[in-house]
Design a protein. Structure first.
Length: 253
């Protein structure tokens, strides 16, 4: 094949890139990070993508190419497992998934479309629609277990505003048996979601800044999730702005 290209122009761009990279202060980051820890400093590691996309513990083959769980901080940064302290699990008030793979609570209907529109659930780069559904307790419990989560942050609760009712998947039925455990080989299983139905909380939560002023049905939803998960929800997001976030004291339920 014959390709048309301007080699001198490409060479200039390439060498400009090399010169730019030389301006970075390259260090042995594993030594630096551990020295900071030894000096009493705190290190914040932020994960990318969800637990079920983890190459080892995700729903293979619908996964990414790396460890997206807490363990990725150890293998990626050179931090020993014993050095990890607080593990903050971030989840939405409903469930989403990008692309293929198992999704027991998926709503391929007008309710799911309403969630998608409310939450602007479209890929930031590709614009691809995310699949939406009710919150999935077995999947959350699995993620909490694998990551060693010590507290939870619930995002996008405002996206369920206006729903007359909301559902929580508390169990699966697999091979005729009821379970609250997500199997490792869920990809090869036929899964039926078992739901608890709860009253919705109406409109206007995005303007509430104190926990005790939230609708009672909203507080019941939070309490129900905490009771099922046995992990405290310490942050509740009611909108995209910082002043739409409610922070609670860390208390085990």
């Amino acid at each position: 094949h014959k390709y048309d290209y301007d080699l001198p122009a490409l060479e200039k761009e390439w060498f400009d890139g090399i010169a730019f990279l030389k301006d970075y202060n390259v260090i042995d980051s594993e030594h630096f990070i551990n020295e900071q820890l030894a000096a009493g400093k705190k290190i914040l590691a932020e994960g990318a993508q969800g637990t079920l996309l983890d190459i080892d513990f995700g729903s293979y083959p619908f996964v990414t190419s790396s460890n997206t769980t807490t363990a990725g901080a150890c293998t990626g940064l050179g931090i020993a497992p014993g050095k990890i302290g607080r593990v903050i699990g971030i989840f939405k008030a409903y469930a989403t998934r990008v692309g293929g793979g198992p999704f027991p609570t998926e709503l391929d209907n007008e309710i799911g479309e309403r969630m998608r529109k409310n939450g602007n659930e479209y890929g930031s780069t590709t614009g691809r629609s995310r699949r939406c559904g009710w919150i999935d307790i077995p999947a959350l419990k699995y993620a909490i277990m694998i990551n060693g989560v010590t507290e939870l942050c619930m995002m996008k609760a405002d996206c369920l505003n206006g729903f007359d009712m909301v559902k929580v998947c508390t169990h699966y039925i697999i091979d005729g048996k009821k379970t609250d455990k997500q199997p490792y080989d869920i990809v090869n299983k036929r899964v039926e979601a078992v739901y608890t139905e709860m009253k919705g909380w109406g409109e206007g939560t995005e303007n509430i800044h104190e926990l005790d002023k939230l609708p009672e049905t909203f507080k019941e939803y939070i309490a129900f999730l905490e009771n099922e998960l046995r992990i405290p929800i310490t942050v509740i997001s009611l909108g995209p702005n910082r002043n739409q976030t409610i922070t609670r004291k860390l208390e085990m339920v």
